[in-house]
Design a protein. Structure first.
Length: 202
């Protein structure tokens, strides 16, 4: 047909789309590499050793202070993440075990008719809820001390008791100041995601 070749020539001569251009260049959009906080601090401090106008020096000094704060946060979260990954499995199983026991006792409490048994169950529930607090709010920067490993080892019992007091004091202080520890934990999780791409969970 007389118009077939012309039509094909028009189609084959169209301008390449953005996706085609990406394929032609390997499909990779290279992003500029961001300098690490350590390198940024080093280069800024190097600049501060030079003769600079007062306002420039002041701005650079403020920048160094801010970068060091960011580096400190990054290092602290890196330590927390290392501890979290090490203790994650133990804490998970202990929490599950405690929550199962709480559900079972609450069910018994609802169906029990004996006053003495109800009081006994209430006492056991109080202890289990304290154990749950221990697991949930255990200090993030410390190696986890398991509740169900080590038995009645005197050293471990003493360490657990000290940590229980510390956690209880932290909860009381948070409640009196109106802080939400769950909210704080959520914000820390967000920082983990931002810095490391994974979120810690207790």
């Amino acid at each position: 047909m007389p118009y077939g070749g012309y039509g094909k020539r028009r189609v084959s001569g169209h301008a390449p789309s953005s996706s085609e251009r990406q394929k032609g260049s390997g499909g990779i959009n290279k992003k500029p590499k961001t300098a690490s906080l350590k390198n940024q601090i080093r280069s800024t401090e190097r600049l501060l050793r030079k003769e600079l106008p007062p306002e420039v020096r002041e701005a650079l000094e403020r920048k160094v202070v801010e970068l060091k704060k960011q580096q400190e946060l990054h290092n602290r979260l890196a330590v927390e993440r290392k501890i979290f990954l090490r203790d994650k499995k133990i804490k998970f199983f202990e929490r599950r075990k405690i929550e199962r026991r709480i559900r079972r006792l609450e069910k018994q409490q609802r169906s029990s008719l004996c006053q003495g048994q109800v009081a006994e169950i209430a006492e056991a529930l109080t202890k289990l809820k304290e154990d749950l607090e221990y697991v949930r709010f255990f200090p993030k920067m410390e190696k986890y001390v398991p509740l169900y490993c080590g038995g009645d080892n005197a050293e471990l019992v003493e360490k657990r008791n000290k940590l229980r007091v510390q956690i209880k004091a932290k909860l009381v202080a948070a409640a009196s100041s109106g802080k939400d520890l769950e909210g704080i934990s959520w914000r820390l999780n967000f920082q983990f995601v931002f810095l490391f791409g994974t979120a810690p969970s207790t």
